[in-house]
Design a protein. Structure first.
Length: 716
């Protein structure tokens, strides 16, 4: 049995597990020394028991996890691991120490170098937590024993073996109908004895980046504390789903949960076969199933190039019913697990969206436009054939003699002159009917053909001037109407504001005044209302501030007065006087309570002073009398009573110091006599004298301590 320690996926320690207890920590005295910041001096203690390994966490710091769950103690079985940050501790039992559940090839068929070689662990992409299997088998073509063959037959006869799998678009119907758990060892991708690790890697949700190991045949996932995988989530039922292992495969069953279970985006209604790379939705969490072969002979759901780079050899063929990489990537993209930029080069762009196609189309359009707008030479009209004189005479009409109807129209044909005169008459009628804009337009049209016609010029000027005057009158009328409407609105708003001011609803008044100033920025009444409201609010703020100050002072001086009364009741008159003096002369700020506290404090100062004088004088007399009669301990007690009444009493402090010096001198003298008796081996008298020192000296002084030691040493 071995304990393997990995850091960031690399093997750093290998410890043979004996029958004795051993520990792991950062200390050099530990049996397994790991120099890491998140490892304590003595972090974990291990004790072998049978085919398991008991562990107990000895450190108060850091988090120790087992299968993604924080633990303090427990048992490690074969291939189970503990995690401390990026450090993984794996317990591996040698093949001869436990009963194998699969047939193995003969031991002599395995090369010695391969049997002694440490297993290599691929680093998972989604988590630091991992588990390593122990290499036990030979080649990938091993045959099953009789017991395994019988178990396979039982699985084929089992009606549950026909459990449905969500259809795969890329897999054939025959491959979809055949469950992965019914494959024979020849179909499996694992070389030697299969020892696969099944992981649920959380890729989104509240448990993102956590790893849950599927280690048992029946695993319940839910919100309940009795579940194997506990998911604290409002969208997860108490028993939400069950993972069932059959052969080498896991099936997922929805346990009639409220929100259901989805596999690759499809809600499942019956037990569904899971493949490596499948995306599973439980509640608000999304997981990815990862199947790992710790011997690096096959990793389902991992690219062949990665397998070949890690294992140092060619990758084995993938199983037939495994989803294609394109399907896995499509599902991963639907959950945001794969970045779209990774497959940007592999996406087939339609011909219409390719840049080269767009450039070609643009060039064709430019050439067409250049052709359309290029100057062309118009063909010269062919000369008409000359007519004969007879035909010309028949066709010829009599030409009317040119005349000038109005000055300024003489350059135009007579027909055009008549037409312009008619248009002019129409323009005059429009002007008389007050349709000045139409008259102006009609005169403008005439002037385009006869710019020197004075009548048309006069009509144009008159119509234009009349139109402008009419527009001004119309605009002025509209402005007057608008002004009247706005004045009416302002009057209504001011009336409402005056009413609200009487009701002291100042916030509403401010809103109304803001509307009035938007209409009329110079409205004096609205400005006056806003100024009055601002002054009222300022006075209110000052009053609130003064009230807060008064409340604070009342609380402060009430607390001081209460403290002074406490000293007074305890007969500590000097402290009471000093406390009451802090409450005297305080500005009342118009508060009757503060004034009352100040007056009461003056009265208590006088009373406390009288009581202090009455109590200190007799106690000082008693203390002096005791000191004179060499009763120093009683004198010290009397002086201390004086200090209780007046802690600043100089006589009491000096009396205590004198008494202590006398006691120390007496203790020194008695101790010297006791030392002389001890030197002449008169232990009886020495003990008596040492006990006298203890009774005479003050506790804690030098001679008191030395006499106590002598008594413990010589006197029983």
């Amino acid at each position: 049995m071995k304990l393997l320690v990995y850091k960031s996926g690399k093997l750093i320690k290998s410890h043979d597990v004996s029958q004795g207890t051993f520990d792991l920590g950062r200390s050099e005295e530990s049996d397994i020394c790991i120099l890491a910041e998140n490892v304590s001096r003595k972090h974990i203690e291990f004790t072998p028991e049978g085919n398991g390994l008991n562990f107990v966490k000895k450190s108060r710091f850091g988090v120790l996890t087992q299968s993604g769950v924080a633990v303090e103690e427990g048992v490690l079985l074969n291939n189970e691991s503990l995690e401390i940050g990026d450090i993984s501790i794996v317990f591996s039992v040698a093949p001869e120490d436990f009963e194998m559940s699969y047939a193995q090839g003969p031991a002599e068929a395995q090369p010695a170098e391969e049997s002694q070689q440490e297993p290599v662990l691929p680093e998972p992409e989604d988590s630091d937590a991992f588990t390593i299997g122990f290499a036990t088998g030979g080649g990938g073509e091993q045959e099953k024993s009789g017991e395994e063959a019988s178990s396979v037959e039982q699985e084929e006869e089992d009606p549950d073996a026909t459990i449905a799998r969500a259809p795969d678009e890329n897999a054939s119907e025959e491959a979809q109908r055949q469950p992965q758990g019914m494959r024979t060892p020849e179909d499996a991708t694992v070389a030697g004895v299969p020892s696969l690790v099944y992981q649920l890697n959380a890729i989104s949700g509240p448990y993102r980046d956590k790893v849950f190991l599927l280690e048992h045949e029946n695993i319940i996932a839910g919100r309940g504390s009795s579940s194997d995988i506990v998911l604290v989530d409002d969208m997860v039922s108490r028993t939400h789903a069950r993972f069932t292992k059959k052969g080498f495969d896991y099936y997922l069953t929805d346990l009639k949960s409220a929100n259901g279970v989805r596999v690759n985006g499809k809600k499942i209604n019956q037990p569904t076969l899971l493949l490596s790379g499948d995306i599973i939705e439980i509640g608000s969490s999304t997981f990815r199933l990862v199947v790992i072969n710790p011997q690096v002979q096959s990793v389902q759901g991992v690219d062949a190039e990665i397998i070949e780079a890690v294992s140092g050899g060619p990758a084995v063929e993938k199983i037939e019913d495994e989803p294609s990489p394109a399907r896995i990537r499509k599902v991963e993209k639907s959950f945001g697990y794969v970045d779209d930029d990774e497959d940007e080069e592999k996406i087939k762009v339609p011909l219409m969206k390719k840049p080269a196609f767009k450039i070609a189309i643009s060039g064709v359009l430019v050439l067409c436009l250049l052709y359309l707008f290029s100057p062309e030479k118009k063909p010269k009209p062919k000369p008409a054939p000359p007519k004969s004189e007879s035909v010309a005479e028949e066709v010829a009409e009599p030409v009317e003699e040119a005349r000038c109807l109005e000055e300024g129209l003489c350059h135009l044909p007579i027909g055009v002159q008549r037409q312009l005169l008619a248009e002019y008459e129409v323009g005059v009628k429009l002007f008389k009917n007050f349709q000045y804009e139409l008259a102006e337009d009609r005169a403008h049209q005439i002037l385009l053909k006869a710019p020197d016609w004075k009548k048309a010029q006069e009509l144009y000027e008159l119509a234009k001037r009349a139109k402008e005057e009419l527009l001004l009158k119309k605009k002025k009328g509209e402005e007057d109407n608008l002004r009247k409407i706005l004045e009416q609105q302002i009057a209504e708003l001011l009336k409402k504001a005056r009413l609200l001011m009487k009701q002291k609803r100042y916030e509403e008044v401010k809103e109304i005044c803001a509307k009035i100033l938007e209409i009329d920025p110079n409205n004096e009444e609205a400005k006056a209302m806003l100024a009055l409201i601002a002054e009222i609010e300022a006075r209110r703020l000052r009053a609130e501030e003064l009230r807060r100050q008064i409340l604070f002072m009342i609380q402060k001086y009430e607390a001081l007065y209460a403290r002074g009364m406490k000293y007074f009741n305890n007969q500590e008159y000097r402290k009471a006087i000093e406390t009451f003096q802090k409450c005297v002369g305080v500005p009342s700020l118009g508060s009757e309570r503060i004034k009352q506290i100040s007056d009461d404090s003056r009265r208590m100062i006088v009373e406390a002073n009288d009581l202090m004088l009455a109590a200190v004088t007799p106690e000082l007399s008693i203390a002096e009398e005791m000191y004179s009669s060499e009763q120093y301990l009683q004198a010290i007690a009397a002086y201390k009573r004086v200090l209780k009444f007046d802690y600043k009493s100089t006589n009491a402090k000096q009396g205590i110091a004198k008494s202590k010096r006398e006691i120390e001198a007496n203790a020194k003298e008695i101790y010297a006599r006791a030392a002389i008796a001890e030197s002449v081996s008169d232990l009886k008298n020495a003990c008596l004298l040492y006990n006298s020192v203890i009774e005479t000296a003050l506790p804690g002084t030098r001679y008191y301590k030395e006499a106590m030691n002598k008594v413990r040493m010589y006197c029983k």
